[in-house]
Design a protein around this ligand. Sequence first.
Ligand code: PLP
Length: 491
Amino acid sequence: MDIEQGFAMPLTAQTGDISPEEFRASAHAAVDWIADYLEHPERVPVKSRLQPGDIRRSLPASPPAAGEPLDAMLRDFQQTILPGITHWNHPSFFAYFANSSSYAAIIGELLTAAVNANGMLWVTSPAVTELEQVTLDWLRQLMGLGDGWFGEITDTASVSTFYALAAAREVAQPDIRARGMTGRVDVPVLRVYCSEHAHSSIDKAVIALGLGLDNLVKIAADEQFRMRPEALEAAIADDVARGFRPIAVVPCVGTTSSSSIDPVAEIVRVAKGHGCWVHVDTAYAGPAAIVPELRYLMDGVDGADSLVVNPHKWLFTPMDCSVLYTKRPEALRQAFALLPEYLVTKGQDDVVNLMDYGIQLGRRFRSLKLWMVLRAFGADGLAARIRFHCELAREFAGMVHFQGGWELMAPVPLSLVCFRYAPAGASEDDLARINATIMEHVNASGTAYLSHTKLNGKYTLRLAIGNIRTGREHVTAVWRELCAAAQAVGT
Ligand code: PLP
């Protein structure tokens, strides 16, 4: 091929990026829009009111042949895309677990996109690896964990937990990496344990690792939805007697349905007695350990092998940012490290190459936004915000408790309140229908957004506080709306 010919196309407006002037103007406009949006997030309905297909129908079915100006895209973003956004940044977003952007983190995201670093190897951007390690060591200290934890950032708790259980499987049966698990009679059935209230990400990890859902043993919880260590002990002993091999236990500090806190220290004692890896799921509640009086949340965690915490939940860091800590990074390396020739770097045997600690090769510079959040608020500022959210949750729980016809469905150790409207004489089926209708009323209003769960088979409303912009007025407003909705629904 004629190389000259291959590059014959002249450098015109059709090649290269748009002009810096156009970028500068549009970027300033976008930042102005962001500042206005976050200053008044309640101007938009919290839950998108669009129907399935609305967004697709309002967009051209095929891409433009000629390039379009950036300001046209900004206009379409506001007019067409924004109505299809459910606003997790809205101060009355009380569904699931909170996840809010803060200004410092947004700047971090902007700079991350600008430098576009890929930290697959130390050498491909030393700052990506080293800032991640420093930032995660800061977070470890903030949460009151001891020394000896190695941290890495992943996208979600689901992936962090998958990695942790992959390491546990590797330690239990190292030859699976080479020989796999199928068609073998020499590998016993490998078993994993978690509470009946554990998050479905544990189930997914067990599926993905080929362990089989039947081998995820759900341990009964007590009346406060905490895993019962004696039930764990009995389940493991029973499995051992049947020839199964227990490999991992996953206690949770801050379960999704009720924010219950499993007794980690006792679970570690039982699990270690049987040689199991302990992975602690603190995806939601971990940041609360930054508050000195909530440090107890980490009791026993230093005896575990790994832990997941999500700054993209309660640490004011936008999606996505999950942190996996482990005391046994060599097990992660054993599970995942591979070195093809094209990734060999000479003379850097003593550096951390983050590609060795998981599936992904390319790696976003996620630590920058988290580092900026930790610096913008400091330990005291983070603790004050999280403490305030817990205070608001207790106040809301008080309103529920003292209002006739309503009841709390679980203790409120942190910032999640589980409750329902329970008029006298209504059956369980009626209560489920009434509370679902109340929630639909509130969610359709666009002024607040709640989600639900089931506790002991009972339909339960969840009010999860944790958004950086939530104030007392938002909590009292949603309570008024709930009461009005209950009156409208009646029995
Ligand atoms: N663990 C707990 C306790 C959770 O509440 C959640 C999500 O809410 C997860 C894990 C999964 O988090 P992610 O969406 O980051 O995978």
